[in-house]
Design a protein around this ligand. Sequence first.
Ligand code: PLP
Length: 405
Amino acid sequence: TLDFHPTGRHFLQIPGPSPVPDRILRAMSLPTIDHRGPEFALLGKRVLSGMQKIFQTKHPVVIYPASGTGAWEAALANTLSPGDPVLMYETGHFASLWNNMATRLGLKTEFLGLPGAEGWRRGVQADMVEKRLRADTQHQIKAVCVVHNETSTGVTSDIRAVRKAIDAAKHPALLMVDSISGLASAEYRHDDWGVDVCVSGSQKGLMLPPGISFNALSPKALEASKTSKLPKSFWAWDEMVDMNKTGYFPYTPNTNLLYGLAEACDMLLDPQQGGLEAVFARHRRWGEGVRAAVKAWSLEIQCVDPAVYSPVLTGVMTPEGIDADAVRKTIYERFDLSLGTGLGKVKGRMFRIGHLGDCNDLTLMAALSGCEMGLKLSGVKLAGSGVQAAMDYFAGHPAPQLLQK
Ligand code: PLP
């Protein structure tokens, strides 16, 4: 096979898996230990309490040796029963996949959303959720499922507003949130926002390789799990939550990924670095810089509502007649840079630039240079230099922690 790029580091600028910091790679290279031995319990307790801080919850967090899709299934299987009506909201490709899964599991889903292309360019419309729940006077709907950061489009959703909508309708449905790509990059507050189950994964903001995923619970979700009738065994919360109290897991956990997770929690929560608030600010600033580039190119951003621009990734639409995947291929082959493909309805119409994981201003500048060169090579007429605009933004807006020094 042809090795296009024998030297230098590949630029993994897809919106997950994200680049893994060396500190985490080193932590994961430790010898695998006995998962029933005394040393393991310390690791187990460390990652479980670390993840409670990352989710901002006092309630249990469950860790699965599985990708995010597994944790999606766990959220539904632990709380619902066959035939339960569930309200899901279409923000993009991942919301659609979760909806498909719920249907396959035997739930009666209703897929709410804005008509046409609009739905994939805006966040969850909380007023639509409220209206639908008010109409459900018999309280048949058992859960409302929304995606916090829609990775296929670069649009976030206001989860607090969805909670308010459910409360305003005085509806008892559970609120389930997919923050697989939001957690540890975009602001997320589990208890404060009143979320019942949050699903997340390792390969995005947590800066780990793929392979572990999470459910953050609420007391109401735990209560629902006692009567839920969907079949579950591997995913069942009860044994997990019970054994986790002593730092152990009912079946073999992903030990080396947990070493990495412990390191990631230390990095993300480090008070010297400003903790989670600094993490959220860092990604907001990177999003601003990347969008400054896209605007200078005069290309369209997939998200049309500035209030919900994603701090995790930016979806860039290519002009009519330009295949976004052909642009991505050129950029990959020429500059060793991977960008996210358009998924589902927007395939070929957009590409995605990730600003998550082990990034900094200069790695993002390199990624934007690759984009700008590749767009030009693909015959896209650019209004101006996005690279210059992003340099101006980053130089003109020092990172918050540098301002404090
Ligand atoms: N939900 C969202 C928002 C995602 O971004 C992804 C993966 O990119 C998934 C669900 C599916 O997770 P996984 O591919 O880890 O199974």
